[in-house]
Write a protein that binds this ligand. Structure first.
Ligand SMILES: CC(C)(COP(=O)(O)OP(=O)(O)OC[C@H]1O[C@@H](n2cnc3c(N)ncnc32)[C@H](O)[C@@H]1OP(=O)(O)O)[C@@H](O)C(=O)NCCC(=O)NCCS
Length: 166
């Protein structure tokens, strides 16, 4: 692999970030569940302090000298009584032509280091769709454990509790 860099996403990357999120959504057959907009990404990542989420882009240098985004990751910092601060890995995605070259590993370890060193995160968790055996294998290589003894619950956006009263 030639020259590469991992950098924080900037506000002007939000349009690209949204496209990448939708690429991952399509890969997971969950496009219909993705309502994220560029405006949401701008507001929550760049106009809120501290940011609601953080994003890294993995870029490779093309022969033309331009940088091309081969992958990205998004994470946020949460709090729970078990761990205190923890990292929630929301997305990790490498474009298909760039897989199996170590890019996912570099992005994943960057999230761990940044959230540990800069945010004081003491744990990390994330979800994988049941059928995604490649991703499960990838995460197991790092010693990731499946959560046993609990299941995830959620309200979707149409739930009555999430409707505003005015
Ligand atoms: C899962 C995913 C992020 C992994 O990214 P990646 O860049 O392919 O990951 P890596 O290259 O670091 O590791 C993948 C494999 O390549 C191997 N590898 C790493 N560097 C390598 C290199 N330089 N040469 C050859 N193989 C290499 C790794 O050992 C690993 O082996 P495995 O297939 O036995 O697990 C990527 O496949 C992806 O985006 N998939 C689609 C979206 C997805 O599933 N995202 C996760 C949602 S939870």
């Amino acid at each position: 692999m030639g020259e590469f860099r991992i950098r924080d996403a900037k506000v002007e990357d939000c349009n690209l970030l949204r496209d990448l999120i939708l690429e991952l959504g399509a890969f997971e057959n969950m496009l219909h569940l993705h309502h994220v907009t560029e405006q949401m990404l701008v507001k929550d990542g760049f106009q809120t302090s501290p940011p609601v989420y953080y994003a890294f882009l993995y870029e490779v240098k093309l022969e033309s000298g331009d940088w091309f985004t081969a992958g990205y990751t998004i994470f946020s910092i949460g709090f729970c009584l078990r761990w205190g601060k923890y990292t929630y890995l929301e997305d990790l995605f490498v474009r298909s032509d760039y897989r199996n070259k170590g890019i996912g590993t570099k992005l994943f370890t960057s999230v761990i280091q940044k959230s540990r060193d800069e945010h004081g995160s003491r744990s990390m968790h994330w979800a994988v769709v049941n059928w995604n055996e490649k991703a499960k294998k990838f995460y197991r290589q790092f010693g990731g454990d499946e959560c046993k003894g609990s299941i995830r619950f959620r309200f979707d956006e149409n739930h009555k509790f999430l409707q505003t009263s005015n």
